[in-house]
Ligand binder design. Sequence first.
Ligand code: GH3
Ligand code: MG
Ligand code: MG
Length: 407
Amino acid sequence: MGLDLHTLLLVTIYVEAMLGLLLLFAWAQNTRIYAVAWWGFAHLFRSASVTLFGLYGSASDLITIDLANALLFTAFAMTYIGARLFDGRSFQPIALVAGAVVWLLLSRTALVADSMDARVLLSSGIVAIYTWLTAVEFWRGRAEPLVSRIPAVCMLFAHGALYLMRTPIVSFVPWSAQSQILSSVWLTVLSFEALLFTISIAFILLAMAKERTEFQHKTAALIDPLTGIPNRRAFLERASELLSQRANSGQPWAVLLLDLDHFKSINDRFGHAIGDQILQIFAETTQSKLERKDLIGRLGGEEFAIILPDAGREKALAVAERIRSTFADAAATVDGCAVNSTVSVGVVVEEGAAPDIATVLSQADQALYYAKARGRNRVELASLDLVRDHGRRHLPIAASAPTQSAA
Ligand code: GH3
Ligand code: MG
Ligand code: MG
């Protein structure tokens, strides 16, 4: 092995410190992700720990072994705590010092103090546990679609396993003589692996934080913050995609346009905050009546649209009626106020090739207008063919099916 351990130690000290500063610099750019700061300090702690290990022989064991190990375990604890914070979980302060305390207590017992194997096993075990716990935290948060999560989990798991393997490996090598500790080939190999690990994990953690920020920006641009459903832009984009996929399928599909009734008056009488709550109740109750493949969006104000990609006339009317009646029940009383909020729905069912979404929405708007004109809190059905035949694009059209009127 042509790698000199002292050179490797120096490189590790330098690289750990640089990565720590890099992570702290990245955190300063977006201070909301605290985990990045924890990970930055973890690298700085590891740099300090390796510095103390490097002083072995020229300083007391208390500093070069006990303090160095305590710093090392605290560094791995910080990476673990960062992983918990990254996914919005809290942590117990004891987790930060548990490894260091266990080491300081157990390394003084006769069993551990007299056996190099036991000391290596103990320190490897502490590092492996922290590393695996970190992997588990990232795995638990996998519902968030970050591509860099999986390499992070694999790398942490593998590093923990390699650390634990130190014990069987060192039992082949005589460790007791002091001179041989630093000249051990295995120590060189393991230090090299630790160096590669620390570089890779720092970049993966950075990538995760960057992905998270980009994901948040993307979500903010496409999701309506009040109701948590897609905004107008997202709805129209996805609707166009959906319609082009269905272009020649020959299956019927439906569009629902929904507008809350007398919402201005409700705002005026009960306040804007109640109005906001009603919008949230509407989004919640409506989503509960939809399937995964259906698409909903807030087009603006108190106007919403839904695409049912595989609904014929009967199903579309049934869904619209269920939404209408469920909402009327859910929004009868809000925060103790009898607001009696209701919704009117215009429905378009398209059987043939899909026209563009703007055309279909304008037909649904005409049916909606008709629902409003006939007293609100009701569902009305339009049909594109009917409008095309009559060429009445801006006038309310007669419902082409029995209307579902409210009580
Ligand atoms: P109609 O039954 O004919 O639809 O009457 P309307 O009062 O619902 O219709 P109009 O378009 O006159 O009023 C819509 C109101 O919706 C006006 C606006 O203040 C309110 N609004 C729009 N966005 C929000 C919001 O985010 N929160 C609240 N609380 N109100 C909103
Ligand atoms: Mg309205
Ligand atoms: Mg409106």
